[in-house]
Design a protein around this ligand. Sequence first.
Ligand code: PBG
Length: 333
Amino acid sequence: MTQTPAFPRTRLRRTRTSAWSRAMVRENILTPADLIWPLFISDGDEVEEPIASLPGVSRWSVDLIVERAKEARDLGIPCVALFPNTPTDKRSDDGAEALNVDNLMCRATKAIKDALGDDIGVLTDVALDPYTAHGQDGLIDADGYVENDRTLDMLTKQALNQANAGADIIAPSDMMDGRVGAIRDTLELANHHNVQIMSYAAKYASAFYGPFRDAVGSSGTLKGDKKSYQMDAANSDEAMREIALDIAEGADSVMVKPGLAYLDIIYRAKTEFNVPVFAYQVSGEYALVAAGAAAGIGDRDALMMEKLIAFKRAGCSGILTYFAADAARLLHG
Ligand code: PBG
């Protein structure tokens, strides 16, 4: 007859007792190399423009963007993601400024690459919203519908323009059908064989993008919503189809966006496809932490780190986050 033990033999608290032991059994780890830092570019020289709806985040002119990229390199952050705040007089219905070889995006990319070479990666966003007068990511017809195939033609030219300026990773965020394949073909034909594509494969029509639209100056101009091309928050099988297509079309890595509300999508993506998966912790997610911390709901650093490790636990290779420099500084102690 077995005796009922008077105590639990398995005590999961045992390994939690000391810091050294917790460190020893820790399953996931966040390092600065997991972080990609999104940076907003503004026109002018020596300009820093704080963004009211993103406390702690600024737009920087090209000369100062180079300083931010050096800071990232020094912190061990492997890549920066660039987004331009195109001057209003350069926005048009067709977003032609996206093809200007001397636009903010190209100037910032060149300046970073000239200063830092291969010490840091530059990821450039492909979509027309920072360049269109109507704030949509593509070309619209008379009814305001974003036309897929006409937009593709612009996006391939935009991607080529960015690659010619020195971009290391092209990141299409527009959610048009067929764009990854069209961009890959264009890059190959132009001998940009090693320029990567990180596709925003599962990008949802989300309420969390508000502060970003302020940052790139499209919130005031945006007419309508983006639901005819960005995904419905209720869907997850559809996200797997998007990811499968983008991989088949030549994407090197895929992104899920926004981040924390879509951890199930990240987990499924990592489990179902053997590719690097990245999360974009978007502007609204960042701003909510900043606002929460300011309201005394929790400690900013603790909230930040808990959210970032969640992405690693879910299976991410890395995270695009406005916290990148702060988190890297904290990780360096
Ligand atoms: C647009 C784009 C958006 C973001 C990145 N690229 C916004 C949108 O789709 O309206 C959002 C990023 C963020 O909120 O931080 N092509």
